[in-house]
Design a protein around this ligand. Sequence first.
Ligand code: HEC
Ligand code: HEC
Ligand code: HEC
Ligand code: HEC
Length: 440
Amino acid sequence: MKRLGTALLAVWLLGWSGAGSAATSAVAAIEAHRHLGVATCSNSVCHGASQPFRDSNVLQNEFAIWQEFDPHARAYQTLASKASQDIARKLGIGDPAQAKVCLDCHADSIASDRRGERFQISDGVGCESCHGGAELWLNAHADRSVTHADNLAKGLYPTDQPVARAQLCLSCHMGTKDRMITHRIMGAGHPRLSFELDTFTWLHPHYKIGEAWTKRKGDWNGVRDWAVGQGVAAENLLDLVTDEKAGWQGIFPELVLFDCHACHKVMSGRKWGPRQGTGLGPGVVRLNDSNLLMFRHVLAPVDKAAAARLLEQTRALHKATTQSRDATFAAARRLRATIDELLPKVAAFAYGPDNLDAILASLEADAKRGEYRDYASAEQVAMAAQSVVVAFENDGKIDADKATVLRARLDGLYDTIKDEDAWSPQRFNSALSALRAVAP
Ligand code: HEC
Ligand code: HEC
Ligand code: HEC
Ligand code: HEC
């Protein structure tokens, strides 16, 4: 590992990004040496001064700036926020402040055997998350006779080099194959990521680029940084698109790599909730299962055990779509065989006034479980309810008053789904319960 880190740094100094996944190798370089912890840097004669030093090459109050203004210092605390708890609950990953998937970007998540005594995970994205493990350069780097090149050779990360800096920032601000912000995480409510190297470098700076800097590190050119940042981000996108694992989620490509607004005309919608009928987490594309869902209600008065089997096999199909094409085909064939076996029984069943409530009861039970989150399902439920209401009417056993009330409730149900862009599952569910309440 150490050797790899050094070799990569040498390559960066020449300004070449390499053919492999660039942002991934930035992480490897950052983690090549032991991380000693922010407390190691924040002594008042080091980087923990309250005011900039006059005769120093660097400000020396970097720690104060970082702690007070830089969101990186709060990245770990973010994981305790209500927003993070909500995301974690939807993903079913437990405490986000302990979940590797969150810590990888919101803290310095280097392996525990590479943490020094003063290292604290609660420091968030600390000095060594960007400047690299200080194990070998800590003692020497403050000595003016030591050159920048010497420090780099000992594992100081070249944050001054635009290509290397872009790779570093993007490893968290876009993600890598090992550190993915997936569409599922977005679906659970994580904010959309966007990044531009020059803009972001100057949002919360704890450094001063002046004569003392250029003498040691060369020219600074913001437009060049912008240009390089675009190239590195484009490469990183293509690395992810072409990665067999990271680029795919079951039978779908990883949606986080696509333009969000191509699918989401409105980004603020938050309708997701767990559904018994799919068993899927947030941000997963699902089959239009409205007919599968309805066929279970069809079976309610016919064969309860068969309805349960259908549910189980439907869940298996949904799960298979998140695994592979082969698994999806196998699960679909199993489910089709089950339906094929049940269809003659359903066709021969005498649906009538005595067993219609079983259907309404089954529809309502699913409403209470929150199964109708998709418009296509609500639409099918309304049509099922209509079918049942008409059957009661045709039966002739209900009086005219009752028939009028029943009709009015059915109209009320349809009313709630008139607008498919602005319907509310809650209003729909209440209208369905209101309908059943007056059914014979
Ligand atoms: C280890 C992961 C990681 C690395 C590396 C990283 N960042 Fe960040 N960055 C984050 C996280 C996480 C946040 C959000 C913190 C929060 O609010 O909880 C963030 C926030 C920011 C913000 C604030 C954004 C805003 O909307 O105000 C800026 C600016 C920023 N980063 C710039 C950079 C730059 C420039 C680099 C590279 C030199 C970089 N980051 C490297 C993880 C990282
Ligand atoms: C690939 C890196 C990455 C991963 C993985 C990641 N985050 Fe983030 N997160 C970021 C960055 C970068 C930002 C800041 C976005 C910006 O402002 O540009 C951020 C912002 C946030 C915010 C908003 C913070 C604010 O101040 O508004 C929350 C909440 C959050 N993340 C929670 C989580 C949780 C919980 C997880 C784990 C499920 C997670 N993140 C995983 C990189 C990541
Ligand atoms: C999000 C990434 C990031 C974090 C976190 C971070 N830095 Fe920096 N730091 C940079 C970048 C980018 C520069 C500017 C480029 C350069 O000089 O290498 C920089 C510059 C510096 C410089 C000036 C170097 C010079 O030669 O003038 C010092 C000193 C420094 N950082 C110390 C710290 C300390 C101490 C901490 C922790 C309290 C810290 N940094 C945290 C990214 C980071
Ligand atoms: C190819 C289409 C597609 C793309 C591209 C896409 N999404 Fe999604 N997104 C979906 C689907 C499908 C769902 C699942 C909707 C549901 O569960 O009702 C979803 C769900 C979500 C949700 C949860 C919505 C809810 O109702 O709770 C959020 C948030 C989200 N996506 C954000 C994003 C972001 C951010 C991006 C871009 C990085 C993105 N999506 C890209 C199709 C897409």
